[in-house]
Design a protein around this ligand. Sequence first.
Ligand code: GUN
Ligand code: FE
Length: 444
Amino acid sequence: MTRKHTFVGAYAHSDNKRQLSVCFGFLTIENGKITQKGSIEEFEELLSAGKFSEHIVINLSDSQLIIPGFIDCHIHAPQFPNIGLGLDRPLLEWLDKYTFPLEKKYSDTVFASKVYDQVVQRLLKNGTTTACYFGSLHLDGTLELVKSVLKYHQRAFVGKVSMNLQNDAGYYNSTEKELQDTEEFVQKVLDYKNELIQPVVTPRFAVSCDHQLLSGLAMIANKYGCSMQSHVCENLKEINYVLEINPRCKSYCEVYDKSKILHEKCIMAHAVHLTDEEIDLLSKKGVSVAHCPASNTRLKSGLCPVRKLLDNNIVVGLGTDVSGGDSATILDAVRRTMDVSTCLELQGADNYSLDWKEAFYLATLGGAKALNLDDKIGNFEVGKDFDALLIDAYAPGGPIDEYEYTVDENKEEHAVSLLQRFIYLGDDRNILQVYVKGKSVKTI
Ligand code: GUN
Ligand code: FE
């Protein structure tokens, strides 16, 4: 957008993990950034003083509101052709039987490019303006994911997956090749010099990476100042196996800590079965967690105690974890986050349930913090990039009907109801527009 755009109407965002703001007013966007905002009264004053004469003014209808774009902190792009398949198996079996054989196919860059174009478009349609992706083991295949992200103007971290330990599918590389390919991948992504995309160093997990590879990868991340991502304590069999092959370590997190991968630019998926010592360690090291409720329940891995992580000052964002997760929308992760936390509370954990406002925070500002992007995105503070969704709660043909009945007493309450309904039962039909850095990017 080169011309200034001003949206007038309702918008909602999280100020912090406890505070949701629902406002009636205006937001001005210039060169992709939020440059001004204010109340409706201020808008009207400025309007009559002619201050918006150069702007494109977009008046929202009574059923519309603007919210920050969703942030998917953990998703496996190459696994989409398996979405909804094989979920009756536990993690390690599912990886061997379904996931590794599919991921091996991404040595074919033509196949990779086709899948990744579909994936990125699907996520944008669902309102995911930022995604933190796992690619596959392949350097060139994963560069195809980078190209798709750039083509459709999504904000993303992309990681070439690293593995050097044997598995039945023969899906791993030598340590030397892994370190070489990872460094080349990082350099090639950085060479784009595009602020929307960043490389992320991606050891798959301690079942498929040894100490030498993990520490070598940590050094590469450190050399280029880039983030790292992996999986931790997802499933009990996985944890036992990791402890078996690392007999000198008392915990899974210690394996990672010894390899120096636990730091503020590290995001770990799952973290379902952490011990109190591990929670303490992740908290002290500033490691973030991507909570993936769909895959944790579908693969019967466990119920992640998100409230406990938050109470211990661990930053948490949400992940769909496709295809361990069966849904590619963060709206689904929001709902399952509420459900999993409620199950834990019903089992006796005091005050564990997360309400819709907290789950909305995790999907937006929480995710931005988890990816260290909260100086740029996550809410509508002036100076941040405009990554946003234009929602119409009663979009024709959508899942929510409007009735001639309301308990709302004013415009703010009406806007809260629109957001609440969208969170509980909306879908992509309610997402009219998707903006990344001010540019409209919804393509299908
Ligand atoms: N642990 C290691 N790899 C994977 C993966 O692809 N999906 C999930 N859910 N867990 C993993
Ligand atoms: Fe995963």
